[in-house]
Each structure stands twice: as C-alpha cells, then as structure tokens.
Write a protein of this length. Structure first.
Length: 212
C-alpha cells in the first residue's frame, strides 16, 4: 500500500503543477488582451440586489488609459460616474450636490475595472484566485486587494480570447452587483474631454462617496 502511495505522489504533484500552469496561462491571456488596449467602449447592464432593493440599469462605459473611465447611464439621462485620473465624480440630474473623491481613495463597486486602465496583472490584483471553465470561456474569482472589508468575492467571466463579458461583486453584507458587457469596441478614438466632468450651475461639490 505504501509503495502505491509513493508512486501516486509524483502523479498528483505533476497534475497539480499542470493545473497551475493552465490557470496561469488563462490569467495571462486576460492580462495580454487588455494590456494592448488604449481605449474601450462597451454597453453595460448593471443588476443590483441587496438592502431591500432590486434594480437594473444600463448605459455606455468608456475607458481610456491611463486611469480614466466614464459610466453614462441611459436612465436618467445625465446620470454619470466619471473617473478623470485624479478624481471620481458621481452625479444624478436633479441632485443639488455632486460627490467627488480622490481616485486613490475610491472604493466604489465599479473601481475593480480600474486595473484594466493600467498594466493588468490579475495575479497581483486578486487574492485567493481560482480559475474554472465557464461555457466556451472561463470564470476567474478572487478578492481584490484593498477591498476585502467590503467585497467578499469578485468574479470575472471571460471569453476564450480573454475579453471580460461579466463581472460579479458579492459584498460582505450580502448585496450582489453584476455587470454584463456587450458590443465591445476596442481602441476606439476617445477625446480627453470625454472624461472631464463639468459641474452644473447651482450644484455644489461635496467630498465623499455616494453610491449610484
């Protein structure tokens, strides 16, 4: 019996090594897919459930390196979250205030996508990372560094080419937010002005974060 186990150990270790190598190859595929991009435009659908609420919103997401993003909501028109590289801006038409927070302090649920705006390296962005097959693509899950107190699990569903199709965030309080992306356009012409938030007349700026 002991001899059998001695023979099995190298096989198990070899299989484990192979699985780790396969997982690393998938992670690198996602890294490489986004590291060659300078900009990205996509339609998104956002589903939030928690705190007694269940809502679905949609709109257009625009990303540009380095460190810029704009979430333009379809309803209400004018509702936005803008990251200009220095600050994150949150505004809904009709509000008397716009929320502003330094980008380095941002912990909004959309912020996990910020790693796509720099030099992507998922193994350094996520703790407890796991990779599994998901349809024709893969599912990557883990806990994003710096968000463990709020987010219990971040899951990315990616295509066989490494493109992120869905992003799911499970918070420690039980709330779940899921983003679905479609109609992606890569390396599209993007103006710097697309990431400039102009404070509407009569609206005051308040430092802090307001979930929208």
């Amino acid at each position: 019996m002991q001899t059998r186990w001695m023979l099995l150990v190298p096989l198990v270790l070899g299989w484990s090594t192979l699985l780790v190598a396969q997982d690393d190859a998938i992670l690198r595929k996602v890294d490489e897919h986004y590291n060659h991009l300078s900009s990205l435009k996509t339609h998104y659908s956002e589903h939030y459930s928690g705190m007694g609420m269940d809502r679905v919103e949609e709109g257009t997401l625009l990303l540009k390196k380095p460190g810029r993003m704009r979430w333009s909501y379809a309803e209400p028109v004018g509702k936005v979250f803008v990251l200009d590289g220095k600050y994150g801006w949150f505004y809904t038409p009709g509000d008397a205030q716009v929320q502003r927070v330094p980008a380095k302090e941002l912990d909004d649920l959309r912020s996990p996508l910020r790693f796509l705006l720099g030099h992507t390296q998922l193994k350094k962005e996520l703790d407890g990372i796991a990779v599994a097959a998901e349809g024709a693509g893969f599912r990557i899950s883990g806990v994003q560094k710096g968000m463990a107190e709020r987010v219990q699990r971040l899951t990315l569903v990616v295509s066989a080419t490494g493109s992120i199709e869905r992003m799911k965030l499970e918070e420690v309080d039980g709330a779940v937010t899921e983003f679905t992306f479609s109609g992606m356009e890569e390396n599209v012409p993007v103006k710097d002005g697309d990431f400039v938030f102009v404070v509407p007349r009569g609206v005051s700026v308040v430092e802090g974060i307001k979930p929208i």
